[in-house]
Every structure is written in structure tokens, then in C-alpha cells.
Design a binder for this molecule. Structure first.
Ligand code: ZN
Length: 429
């Protein structure tokens, strides 16, 4: 496929009238100053990786916004989530995942790291294929066209120190051996995806289990939730005398393979230590705001970071970056805090950093409009600053060389949205 665009953000900067050739989903050539092939007007940037999501949670968006009898928190939200997921079938999970992935593509996400922990039937027994749910997530990715890094989650315990899981967690629970078989089966069933490993958290997996996973899988992405909540920090301190990030860095070989999701609750010494590891901080500003987690110390952190839509309460790549910057502005009472220097565009610096960190976390090459890169491209109705801060829409999206979004709408929107609506009506009815 040959086409040209009005402006393209190349590794060396913005260029006008850029002709591109795409073969087998990969950019074969990029020629500035040439109008050749179909004209796909607009301003193009590399598509954004979404490094952290639980797609099934898209179906409970808006269901946990009614005030309860006591103080509401992450933990009361989690009870709503457990009650909700108890009823989901594999068909439901596929339908919800397709809706979430379609919305991701419509806002400029072209790759997804799915942190997948809903493994079993409602009574906790594995499906005939233990990777049934992972296969359904893979089917939704194929239907929508989004790239996929599958992160099957090890969830064994209900609290620090190997406490037994709660009844609401039975759909997640595996021992180490069953988990390692699940990873192998997932990898075999999803040959087009990258499969990593993901101990859920220091609450749900012990240090010995994490070490065993790392021995079995010496390469590829490693994701973990950590230090999202103040209560989690207090429980960790009571259990081992150290804070979660402090404990993780002291006991596991955290390096550039790792993505520490949230890392919201860190002391400055932890932020400095984490920066030095090369691990990615997986930031999910909209979910962290929705759940009242707190604000990541982005000014002190000097390592790679990327963005994730996590609970999928609202799906928007520019919106995650906007809230990340706005959180810092509100905290520090300044402006353009995540721009990397005087005169630089905050939007461009946010987009650039999130591309690199998101790709590192997902185990893919950094997205770029350059020969050899996967043809993951988003067309913006303005500059990155306008897209992030002034609601200029994402108009067209190409994923692996296929235009899947035109005029802001996914090509399969009607069918995917209708199926999702039927699932919602049944679940909420
Ligand atoms: Zn999460």
C-alpha cells in the first residue's frame, strides 16, 4: 500500500508531504516531500502502546460511582468489581474486550498489554482449555486489529505472606505449576501475540513464586501491580518492615524487562532506586484518579514510563497524558512540567516518552514512522499539544498496515458495539 500524508512525525522531526509504503504490516519506505499514492490527509504520529488494561472491566465503567454507606475507597470498588465479574462467560469477555480494544484504537492506542487474571469458570474450576479466556482476548484483538502483549497473571494469595485467597478471587487463582502451564498454553494459542509473565502483586504472589517464574521465563516482559494504595503500603510494612517498591527492589532482580504498574506510593528514595533499574513505571492516571490512588512522583522519576487504561472507566490515549501532566500541575502549581526543556512542546514530549516506555513494557520495538517499524500510525486533528490539551480528535488509525479507524470510528463499530450492548443489558438487567 502506498499513500501520502500532509505531515508526519519522523524520528528526526516533523516533515511535510510524506509518502509511505507499507508491506505486510510494516513500513517499507518513508519519503518526505513526495505526494505519491492515495492522499490520507492529516497529521500523523506513531500509534501509542497501552501498557496496562483489564479489558473486562470496561463493562462495569460507571457502575461504582454511587456513594456507599461508609468511606468509599479502592477496596469498596474492588468488591463491586468482584460481584460483577462473577457472572461473566467467555463470550461476554470476548465481547467486552472487543469493545474496549475498539475504543482504544479510536483514541490512538495501537498495541495493548493485557494484564489478564480472569482465568476460570465462576466456581473457580479451570475451563477445558485453561487458556480459554486468554484465547477470547486474543480473538478480540484479532477482530479489532490491535497489537497484543498477553500478560497471564499469577494470582495465588489473598494478602501479604501467602494468605489464602478470598471467595471473590476464585476465578483468578492458580498455583505456580498450573500458572506456568497456562503461560505455555497461552503462548501456543496466541502465536501473533507476545506473551509475558505477571505476578499480580506482592499481595497475591510470594517472593518464592516470583523467583520461580523468572527462572522459567528468563526473557520477555514482567509486569506487577505495586504500591497503588496507602493500605497496601501499610500492610507491606507490617508484614516485612519495608515498603512495597523498597521490598520488591531488594528481593527481585528488577531491570528493564519489568513494568511496575502504578508505583504511586513511593518515598523519594524509592523513586530514585526505581529510576536506576531501567524498569518502566506503568502509569494509569485516569484509573488512579478514579480510584483515589494518588499522584505519581513524575518530576523526581527519571526512568522510562508509559501509560495504561487499566480499569477502562474511560479510554483515551491523549486523556491519560493530559491527566498525568495536570496531576503534576495541580500538585506543584506550575505548568508544562513534563516538557523536557525550555521551548519544548509538552504534548510532543509526553507522547514520545509514553511511546518508548509503553513499547519497552510490552516487549515491542518503539513505534516510529520509519522503515522497518510496524505500520501503527495515528492521524491527529491537530498537533500533539492540541490532541492532548485541546481535544483535537484522533481521526484515522492504521494498525499493522490496516486502516481500522476512519473519521474517528472503527470499521466494525456497529457490530462490536451492538454485541457489547447486549452483554451489558443482560449483566445489568
Ligand atoms: Zn491493574
Amino acid at each position: 500500500m502506498r499513500f501520502w500524508v500532509d505531515e508526519a512525525w519522523l524520528p528526526e522531526g516533523w516533515a511535510r508531504d510524506v509518502a509511505l509504503e507499507v508491506q505486510d504490516g510494516v513500513i517499507a519506505s518513508v519519503t518526505p516531500g513526495r505526494r505519491e499514492g492515495a492522499h490520507l490527509p492529516g497529521r500523523t504520529v506513531p500509534g501509542m502502546p497501552n501498557l496496562h488494561s483489564h479489558t473486562f472491566q470496561r463493562a462495569m465503567a460507571g457502575l461504582a460511582e454511587r456513594r456507599g454507606p461508609a468511606a468509599d475507597s479502592f477496596w469498596t470498588w474492588r468488591e463491586v468489581m468482584y460481584g460483577f465479574l462473577a457472572r461473566l462467560t467467555p463470550d461476554d469477555v470476548e465481547a467486552i474486550a472487543a469493545q474496549a480494544m475498539m475504543e482504544m484504537l479510536e483514541t490512538g492506542f495501537t498495541h495493548l498489554g493485557e494484564f489478564h487474571y480472569l482465568h476460570h469458570a465462576p466456581d473457580g474450576t479451570p475451563y477445558a482449555d485453561p487458556a480459554e479466556m486468554a484465547v477470547r482476548i486474543g480473538a478480540a484483538a484479532a477482530e479489532t486489529g490491535i497489537g497484543l502483549t498477553m500478560l497471564p497473571v499469577l494470582y495465588s494469595h489473598g494478602g501479604f505472606g501467602g494468605q489464602p485467597p478470598a471467595p471473590g478471587q476464585r476465578r483468578f487463582v492458580n498455583g505456580t505449576d498450573a500458572y506456568l502451564r497456562l503461560v505455555e498454553r497461552t503462548r501456543a494459542a496466541l502465536p501473533h501475540a507476545i506473551t509475558g509473565i505477571a505476578p499480580h502483586s506482592l499481595r497475591a504472589a510470594t517472593g518464592e513464586q516470583i523467583a520461580e517464574l523468572l527462572r522459567a521465563h528468563p526473557h520477555g516482559p514482567v509486569h506487577i501491580h505495586v504500591a497503588e494504595q496507602v493500605a497496601e503500603v501499610e500492610q507491606c510494612l507490617a508484614w516485612c518492615g519495608a515498603r512495597p517498591v523498597q521490598h520488591l527492589l531488594a528481593t527481585q532482580p528488577v531491570d528493564a524487562r519489568w513494568c511496575l504498574v502504578h508505583a504511586t506510593q513511593m518515598q523519594p528514595f524509592e523513586t530514585a532506586s526505581l529510576s536506576a533499574t531501567g524498569a518502566v513505571a506503568g502509569l494509569c492516571p485516569i484509573t488512579e484518579a478514579n480510584l483515589g490512588d494518588g499522584i505519581f512522583d513524575a518530576l523526581r522519576f527519571t526512568g522510562p514510563w508509559g501509560i495504561g487504561s487499566d480499569s477502562n472507566v474511560e479510554i483515551t490515549a491523549p486523556g491519560e497524558l493530559r491527566l498525568l501532566e495536570y496531576g503534576q500541575r495541580l500538585l506543584h502549581r506550575g505548568r508544562n512540567l513534563l516538557a523536557r526543556g525550555e521551548g519544548r512542546s509538552t504534548g510532543e514530549d509526553l507522547w514520545t516518552a509514553a511511546l518508548a516506555g509503553g513499547a519497552q513494557a510490552c516487549g515491542i520495538a518503539a513505534p516510529a514512522i520509519a522503515p522497518g517499524a510496524r505500520a501503527d500510525i495515528a492521524w491527529l486533528g491537530g498537533t500533539p499539544d492540541e490532541a492532548i490539551f485541546a481535544a483535537a480528535p484522533v481521526t484515522r488509525v492504521m494498525a499493522a498496515g490496516r486502516v481500522v479507524v476512519e473519521d474517528g470510528r472503527h470499521a466494525k463499530r456497529d457490530a462490536i458495539a451492538a454485541r457489547f450492548r447486549r452483554v451489558l443489558d443482560r449483566l445489568r438487567g
